[in-house]
Design a protein. Sequence first.
Length: 374
Amino acid sequence: MRIAFVVNDADTGGAQTLIEGLSRAFAASDEVHVIVLLGRGALSDRLEQAAHHVHHLGIEKRSVGALDAVRRLRALLRRIAPDVVHSHLLQADLLTIFTSPRNAALVSTLHTTGMTTSDPLRSRMIGLLAGWFARVRTQRVVACGAGALAYGFRYGYPRTRLSTVDNGTELPEAAVAGRSKAGSILTLARWHPMKDYPNLLRAFKATLSAHPEAVLTCAGSGTNWDNQELTRLIEEEQIPRRSLKLLGVTTEPRVIIAEADVLVIASSYGEALPMAGIEALAVGTPVVSTDLGDCGRLTMKPEFLVPPRDPEALGRALTRVLSGSEAEYRSLQAAGREAATRHFDIAKCAAAYYALYLDARDELGRRRRMSVLR
């Protein structure tokens, strides 16, 4: 089968990480293309190692919805002639609806439980528009969890073509490391209102009062010392620079996840089933998260799942992880590894997607034959 993934960019993100994992997991006889709407990004090299072909269209970000983007993507898809086009993220979803060949099955994955809260009317209109187009053209829509599924129902995605497939990751065979003495806290999140860095920094400040040796590592686009908004927040919270590592974009998120004592997800909206949390469980790094989407499946204890925009609760949860005994920490690691093995193995995820591709392709073929007979 010839499969074409379409995604907005090649920066560090859950959709991109999932595409990489699926590309590696499919059989060698399948031909996998990854189409990146923008230029090269942090994960481009890894995508090129995983897929047969990676195409960077080099479209400028402000022009993703322009006619030039439509023409270039349509021309590339016609040249590839895929059996299945699988889009990820809103801009890619909308573009593929207008550009995919009629003889290619179109599949989309929902990675969200909600868009911006600053403009709810605009967010609702975009969601309804995407749902309407999906009903018209898309053969299958996949939600990465129950929260994303509810989002799809809410915004009118086609119920009869909507199903759920858990995100997945590769499961390393190596034994997980023990807890460090430094109190290493990691967030793998780009600089964006959804990720709620004010909430995270206030929670970390509270954690420092109990664990002054703790260090917060921030990795993701915009999380560097050149970001004046971020550094202003740090100064306002009076967090010492020695207690922070701002890495910005990272090409090896799995490495820093494995080195962390705890991964924190501090988002205030939008999260569905974050790949960073799944990757953390796979290597035995405990997860503390705000209660969004399916994040509760990533936290191994109820007290590690806290309300959004509640830095005191988030700080208490982080403190509990760092303050627990070694036996308690090992128990968290084991529970996380078991959850990853049972639910989030990339092999199971790829098999579910492949079966869905076959079903969508067969259904499209039946419809085309029926239209010819008419």
